[in-house]
Design a protein around this ligand. Structure first.
Ligand code: GLN
Length: 560
């Protein structure tokens, strides 16, 4: 920030230099939207010209969420450098356009693994290794890593879970110490819930008071309290929370219900969240700070979203019914829809229930059935692992291809497109060796050098890889350039032995990795839209930069 004087007092110990740290904790109940508040704050600070990143510390013991069931934990998000992490990092990227990395996501398991590795190497010099100070020191070091980046002004740190959870304690102890060490350069925002008790006809602040007391009992005084409530909060109520919780009344804010999460930065801007944090960080002359162009662009997006009332229905051929399991895909479509003036609605079509007997009915343009009761206008064949629902996906792919219905295949979805084409056009008994290791025609197979690695996760192609797009292809026209890089998360590949046969029969392999020749994109050029990607375009789609593939897919659905 060249035109800003940073008035923050020097850190208490003088030991750290770098960005201001903002910690976001949650109280009362889970699912209050800490990730979306952290993301909104990031966007608001960016809108005043500051450079930020957002990181998440999760209290669970899995080393990373890569092996968690998406039905239980939601989608596994992947960073450009190939780290499998919590879906909240997807919110961070969609809201702020930052590119997160493995240094933006930590779990208790990862911290303990680091500490135990050090212990095994003898790095603790014979000392008893303990939660305090060894685990808390490891947490602090990792929390501070991004803060030491001279290109950042603010590092927002979201703490997973709810204050009071046993497993969250070491993280809170680390924050207590950092607050002491960093002085004004460490700010704590506490998100709590204010329920409405119908019988009393009243909003209750007691749960918030208790959660703040709990935080205080760990030695942490929040600087700002954000009250999540579906109801308007009076000035009196805010004053009450302020005086019981030792927080300035201006720093008690309301996070109301919003029509979409993307309206939250606008609401929180009105509430003054960005300004409160800047004041706490020592910026006194807020009027002199710029309001950069992204502020207006974000507001325009929210207006466009509200104006886009005509619905567009997209069917998800998948096996996880929880909407969070395909979070980045649904959000990418929703965002692209706004730019197309449409309100995208995603519908789950359970692949396990698709058969030859019902496929024509399920995908027919006159479908009137379960769920919302009408046909979809475009389809996504979803990513996934394991064979549950695989034959249903293949059956669906055949129908969608043969009836020229706009279809986007993502990762396993692209593999399904290739298997189906090999079966029904080339006439091969084709499959992926993921599902039938002895298949006669392994159209999808594992590469030789991957086979020797044994641990789950270790054999995966993860993170961003380059892809060269063929001149004249749909993909090339969509991206408007020849070389792209997209994120991957898969173990199997389209087998190069089948490429020329597939192409001769019509399925063009128009995207290839320039180093390895691995197939990244297949498409049927004579179809309205029948395109599959081995990579995950959804990880790279943001509110201000919607992904070209999702825009073009919806364009094709709309007949543009
Ligand atoms: N299961 C497939 C593979 O490992 C696809 C993975 C995915 O869809 N993310 O290659």
């Amino acid at each position: 920030m060249s035109n800003v004087t940073h008035n923050t007092a020097p850190a208490a110990t003088g030991a750290h230099t770098g960005a201001t740290m903002v910690f976001v904790t949650g109280g009362v109940v889970s699912s209050l939207g800490k990730g979306v508040i952290a993301s909104s704050l990031g966007r608001l600070l960016q809108n005043r010209g500051f450079r930020i990143t957002i990181q998440k510390f999760d209290p669970y013991i899995n080393v990373d969420p890569g092996t968690l069931n998406p039905n239980e934990h939601g989608e596994c998000y992947v960073t450009v450098d190939g780290y499998e992490c919590d879906l909240d990092l997807g919110h961070y990227e969609r809201f702020t356009d930052i590119k997160t990395t493995r240094s933006n996501s930590f779990t208790t398991g990862r911290i303990y693994q680091e500490v135990i590795d050090r212990e095994r190497k003898g790095e603790y010099g014979g000392k008893t290794v303990q939660v305090v100070p060894h685990v808390t020191d490891a947490i602090k070091q990792n929390m501070l890593r991004n803060a030491q980046n001279p290109d950042l002004d603010f590092v927002i740190t979201e703490i997973g879970g709810t204050v009071g959870d046993i497993e969250g304690l070491p993280f809170l102890e680390a924050i207590r110490q950092l607050k002491w060490e960093l002085g004004d350069r460490a700010i704590v925002v506490h998100l709590a819930y204010v329920p409405y008790i119908a019988a009393a006809g009243e909003l209750k602040t007691k749960p918030t008071q208790h959660s703040v007391k709990q935080l205080q009992s760990y030695g942490i005084q929040p600087d700002c309290i954000v009250l999540r409530s579906e109801h308007p909060l009076s000035a009196d109520l805010r004053r009450k929370v302020a005086s019981f919780c030792n927080v300035h009344p201006d720093y008690v804010l309301h996070s109301p219900d919003v029509p979409s999460i993307y309206a939250l930065p606008v609401k929180m801007h009105e509430e003054g969240l960005g300004d409160v944090i800047l004041r706490l960080a020592g910026y006194s002359d807020l009027a002199s700070l710029p309001v950069v162009e992204s502020h207006d662009r974000w507001h325009r997006f929210v207006e466009m979203r509200a104006a886009a009332t005509e619905e567009l229905h997209i069917g998800f051929v998948g096996k996880y019914d929880l909407q969070d399991a395909y979070k980045s895909i649904t959000e990418s479509l929703l965002i692209a829809g706004v730019y197309k003036g449409r309100k995208v609605k995603c519908h789950f079509i359970d692949a396990e229930k698709i058969s030859e007997d019902n496929v024509a009915e399920l995908f027919s343009p006159s479908y009137v059935g379960e769920g919302w009761g009408g046909p979809c206008q475009g389809y996504v064949i979803c990513p996934g692992f394991g064979d549950r629902g695989i034959e249903g996906k293949i059956t669906a792919a055949r129908y969608l291809r043969e009836h020229d219905l706009p279809t986007l295949g993502i990762c396993l979805g692209m593999q399904v497109m290739a298997i189906e084409f090999a079966r029904n056009v080339l006439g091969y008994a084709a499959h992926s060796t993921e599902f039938v290791p002895t298949t006669e025609h392994p159209v999808i197979d594992m590469m030789e050098e991957q086979k020797s690695r044994v641990y789950l996760g270790a054999t995966m192609r993860l993170g961003a890889y380059e892809c060269e797009l063929r001149e004249g292809s749909r993909a090339r026209a969509t991206y408007g350039k020849a070389l792209i890089a997209e994120r991957h998360r898969h173990r199997y590949e389209l087998n190069s032995r089948y490429v020329s046969e597939l192409e001769q029969a019509g399925l063009q392999c128009v995207g290839q990795n320039p180093q390895t020749g691995l197939v990244e994109i297949v498409e049927l050029p004579d179809h309205r839209w029948y395109l599959g990607t081995q990579f995950h375009p959804e990880y790279g789609s943001t509110v201000l930069h919607p992904h070209p593939l999702f825009l073009a897919f919806l364009g094709a659905v709309l007949g543009e």
